[in-house]
Structure formats: structure tokens, C-alpha cells
Design a protein around this ligand. Structure first.
Ligand code: PLP
Length: 375
């Protein structure tokens, strides 16, 4: 089955992992700092802390931003962890509507802040599908209102905004190394930043809040967690990072093929990447026109029947039962529309152009043969 995204594991990955497995330290060794330094160099930031998932990274980032009992403004068009981690850190979550590229709408964010900017602990944005948010506008807002900016760049390692790496512009920036994301360490994540103190605090919380003193003596300074990433995982991460740009280029070729083939079709729109950005192409979303919304289930099922693993990104976070109980019924016009319209097609470095052609052919075949409308 062709999947919407897939990890890239080659012989060199297997070699570095098997070497790492033979070392004295499987965790807590030198590979951790080595991976952190490699991430800093790649992204163009000074400090990094790797952890066992992006969810853990988000949790620690929110904690050191002291969002407890404050409001976190974020996007509903994301994986639930972006908002969940804010709740875990004691914050209240409020969703801001999106634009038609799936990213938070800077104007709606500004209107919210103009209305009332008290008690806001952080703004957390997500670079949907690997396509950067409008960084300049959002950073300017965060500065004007003096609110910390968290960039959940889980989709966007390797993406660019005006020539600079996505994940270098927020006060704290998050990456995920889950297998579907741009690089993998099995499970894993990171916080990167130019703020030395915040990364030091995050490193303390990563491992129980404990510091070493003399000989056997240690001290516990704050209530931390075990969010450490193993040396074996870090060895894989270092090797994965070396291949990232090549893999992004391969994904770009698939995405460009789709762009060309889908131009001016009568069924759906695609998301154009602005010329001052480069997407990591984590996802390739298409957005059906409204007349097809009620047939999306049928389309999705037809893809699955054809062994093509499509996916929908995302059900808005506020639409999950847990959030409905917490916040009541919320409807944000663009997010609701985007959810009805969106379908992510396979786009990754493990697939061939022939497979992309197969996806295109199937897609148009499915759409041409749609049954009568229902619902
Ligand atoms: C995948 C993802 C996460 C969670 O990542 P994990 O490493 O699986 O915890 C958080 N935010 C976004 C936007 C994601 O896509």
C-alpha cells in the first residue's frame, strides 16, 4: 500500500544504529549533544534540546514559557498535541481561524490581540504541511504585544522562509521525528532556540529536574519528567539529517509533478507555495471544491480500495469530544471548510514518478466516476 508519507531508512541508517547499539551507553551518552549540535547548525540556531517526542518538546516549551493559568492562542488545523501540551502545562487554549493554506490567519490573530491581549501566555503557530506561516507578520505581532512565540514546526524541518530555516524565528521552536515527519528517530522531537536560559531549563526538566553535584550527590530542583531521547535514536537522527535536503528535493519533484498535472482542473485546488518560501513538502494537500464535500468519504474509500493511502489533515482540534466538553461547541468558518475540503495525497521520497502518475490517474478516474450526490 502506498502511504501518504513514509520514512527513509537506508543501509547507512542501519549501520549507524547497529554501531550505536554496541556502545557502552545506549542512552545518556555523547550522541545526544552531537545530534543537538547538528540540529543547531542545520537550522541556524544556537541551542537545542532533543527529547522523546514533539509532544514532550511542546509540553516542556509551554512549561518554561510559564503558560500556567494563562491563555494560549493557537491554530485548530493541527495534530491535537499542539493544544494538548498547552493544557498539560496548565494553560487555557483558544483557537484562531486559519487562511486558505491551512495556516493561522495573522489578521484574525491581530484582531484577537487588539480586542484584549491580557493573560495571553503564548502564541503557538504550526507550519501546515511544511509551508511556513507568515513569519514576519506573526513575529511583529508577538513583539508588539510582548507575547512569546512558539513555532510547532513539526512538519517543517528543512523548510525556508525568506532564505532562513523555518524553526529559527520563534522564541522556541518544535520539531517532530516521528516516522511520517521529515526525519525520524523512531519516536523523537526537539526544542530549538537562541535563548540559552530557556533551553537550559528545558534540559533540566527533560531528566527529572535533577542536577549532578559531587560523587553520588545530586539535587532535584524542579518537578521534571523522563523525556530523554536515547543515544541509539540520536545516532539515527544525525544520519537522517544528512539526507534531509536530498529527500526534500525528491518530495519537491513529486509535488511539482502534481502541481503541473492538477493545474486548472474542475474538481479541486492545490496550495501554491509563495515565492519567498520553500516547503518541506511533508504533506501534499488538495482542497476539493464545495460541490464535492459530501462525497469525500466515497473518494477516500475508493483510494483505499486502490491501495493508495490518502489521509485527511486535520479534523479541527475543537471538534474532538474532549475539546467540546472543555470549550463547548466552536465553529471557525475557514477551519470547518478546510476540513471538509482537504485530502493529503502520497508525497514522499520513497515513491516514484510512476507511482505519482498512478495516483493522478486514479484521482481523476475516481472523480469522473463519482456516484450521484448524497448527504
Ligand atoms: C506530529 C505532530 C506532533 C506530535 O509529534 P510527536 O513526535 O508524535 O509527539 C505535534 N504537532 C504537530 C503539528 C505534528 O504534526
Amino acid at each position: 500500500m502506498l502511504s501518504y508519507s513514509h520514512q527513509n531508512i537506508d543501509r547507512s541508517d542501519i549501520e549507524v544504529v547497529s554501531t550505536a547499539l554496541k556502545q557502552d551507553f545506549l542512552t545518556g551518552g555523547k550522541k545526544i549533544e552531537e545530534f543537538e549540535n547538528a540540529l543547531c547548525e542545520y537550522v541556524g540556531v544556537k541551542y537545542a534540546c532533543v527529547v522523546n517526542s514533539a509532544t514532550s518538546a511542546l509540553h516542556l516549551a509551554y512549561r518554561v514559557l510559564n503558560v500556567n493559568e494563562k491563555i494560549v492562542l493557537t491554530t485548530p488545523m493541527t495534530f491535537v498535541a499542539t493544544a494538548n501540551a498547552a493544557l498539560m502545562a496548565g494553560a487555557k487554549v483558544e483557537f484562531i481561524d486559519i487562511k486558505d493554506d491551512g495556516n493561522i490567519d495573522p489578521e484574525k490573530l491581530e484582531n484577537r490581540l487588539k480586542k484584549d491581549s491580557k493573560d495571553i501566555g503564548a502564541i503557538c503557530v504550526v507550519d501546515f504541511a511544511g509551508n511556513s506561516v507568515e513569519c514576519d507578520k506573526i513575529s511583529a505581532l508577538a513583539q508588539t504585544y510582548n507575547i512569546p512565540l512558539l513555532d510547532d514546526a513539526s512538519h517543517a524541518l528543512g523548510a525556508l522562509y525568506k532564505g532562513e530555516k523555518v524553526g529559527s524565528k520563534g522564541d522556541l521552536n518544535i520539531f517532530s521525528f516521528h516516522p511520517v515527519k521529515p526525519i525520524t528517530t523512531f519516536e523523537g522531537g526537539a526544542v530549538v532556540s537562541n535563548d540559552k536560559e530557556k533551553i537550559e531549563q528545558i534540559k533540566l526538566l527533560r531528566s527529572h529536574g535533577i542536577i549532578k553535584k559531587r560523587l553520588w550527590d545530586s539535587d532535584m530542583l524542579s518537578l521534571g519528567y523522563n523525556y530523554r531521547l536515547s543515544d541509539v535514536a540520536c545516532a539515527l537522527g544525525i544520519n537522517q539529517l544528512k539526507k534531509l535536503d536530498t529527500n526534500i528535493e525528491k518530495r519537491e519533484i513529486i509535488a511539482q509533478f502534481y502541481e503541473k498535472e492538477f493545474a486548472q482542473n474542475p474538481y479541486f485546488a492545490t496550495i501554491k507555495i509563495k515565492d519567498y518560501k520553500k516547503s518541506s513538502r511533508h504533506l501534499y494537500p488538495i482542497l476539493f471544491f464545495p460541490q464535492f464535500y459530501c462525497q469525500k468519504e466515497e473518494i477516500f474509500q475508493a483510494f483505499i480500495d486502490a491501495q493508495i493511502g490518502v489521509q485527511v489533515h486535520y479534523k479541527p482540534v475543537y471538534a474532538f469530544s474532549f475539546y467540546k466538553e472543555l470549550l463547548g461547541e466552536i465553529q471557525l468558518e475557514n477551519a470547518d471548510k478546510f476540513y471538509k475540503a482537504e485530502l493529503s495525497l502520497p508525497c514522499h521520497q520513497e515513491m516514484s514518478l510512476q507511482q505519482a502518475q498512478f495516483v493522478r490517474d486514479k484521482l481523476f478516474e475516481i472523480l469522473e466516476n463519482l456516484g450521484p450526490k448524497h448527504g
